[in-house]
Design a binder for this molecule. Sequence first.
Ligand SMILES: NC(=O)c1ccc[n+]([C@@H]2O[C@H](COP(=O)([O-])OP(=O)(O)OC[C@H]3O[C@@H](n4cnc5c(N)ncnc54)[C@H](O)[C@@H]3O)[C@@H](O)[C@H]2O)c1
Ligand SMILES: [Zn+2]
Length: 363
Amino acid sequence: MREHWTIQVRFERISEIVCEPGVLSHGVLTAKALAAPQILLIHDPLVAEHARILAERLLSDGRTVTTKAWTIDEHDKNLNTVSQLYDWFGDHLVRRDSLVVALGGGVLTDTVGFAAATYLRGIAWVAIPTTLLGQVDAAIGGKVAVNLPHGKNLAGAFHLPRAVYVDPDVLKTLPLVQWQAGVGEVMKTALIAGGTLFKRLNGPPVRFGDPVWANLIAETIRYKVNIVNQDLEESGARLYLNFGHTVAHGLEQALGYGTLTHGAAVGLGCRVALALSETTLGLDPRVRTQVESWMRLWQLPMTLSGVDWDRVLLAIGQDKKAQAGGQRWILLEQIGKPMVQKGLEPDLVRDTLTKVLDDSDSV
Ligand SMILES: NC(=O)c1ccc[n+]([C@@H]2O[C@H](COP(=O)([O-])OP(=O)(O)OC[C@H]3O[C@@H](n4cnc5c(N)ncnc54)[C@H](O)[C@@H]3O)[C@@H](O)[C@H]2O)c1
Ligand SMILES: [Zn+2]
């Protein structure tokens, strides 16, 4: 199976996205995307073997490649680290026609992509995501960013990579918690896109590591690419991608980043968004039951205990002071039919949130 898309946006920028098991080790790597007098390959040490094979392939094609193994976690995703990267670029005489290749998770591709977007006013880069979240989300769509003391991803840019190579085979080493971190996007996309993605998840149980993930990843990317092509800068259809994320972001902020994986937060957020969709749009409650069976299979939390719900409501702008109509929610009329809904009553949001997610009484 080889999936292939292009994104074309303002200024004729094009990003090529290839999704194919084995693309890194033996697939076709587009010559044009990798054409540069100098390539700097920055990779997570946990995927060193993939980096070695890729570097060998590039070298045997006559390219100059400098490799850097680099461990970076969310706490290092900041301007300090970017500055160290600039120094490294300087040490290696990086020029406007150099190419940066980022091989790693979303933290690495976001940080390296941001450095590439800003060094010498922007140099070309290629993203090779190696986590589920990176493959279905972080490396797709042209957004790069680092965190600032005031918040996550506050310093950023739209800087499309020349190419994104998605090789589902690299996920073979991914621990459970990293599968969980990325699965929220697949689940969310299945709900807003419907179609074969939803059908596949509704078929025989899809466990982490199952080869069917190659198709699920490709279908999730295809949906996102279509939306990004319509709306790079998030004014319209791209809002749908926030399904389940209003509550997810509120939970992450109120509980502290890292307390829940992003996928766990999105799963909980989807449960609330589905419940709100049932009340306000008449969505069939069986959709939520179905989603809960996926969440059980993937060992995602279904409820939370000991949470200060006022803080969560504050974080999502639905506290007592919030005006009805302030917050925009992405809800579902039916599978594959998302819509933007304004004017939900704060009381309805509070009641639904606690009824669906609060587990304190049963502990
Ligand atoms: N730019 C965007 O549009 C966008 C979208 C979503 C998320 N993000 C960002 O992505 C980041 C999260 O990315 P993430 O979930 O990939 O986390 P991550 O990059 O921290 O990677 C998670 C862990 O997996 C390890 N790892 C990476 N590949 C592996 C492999 N193949 N096998 C085993 N271990 C592997 C990493 O070393 C790390 O310890 C966040 O900073 C988030 O803000 C960006
Ligand atoms: Zn997300």
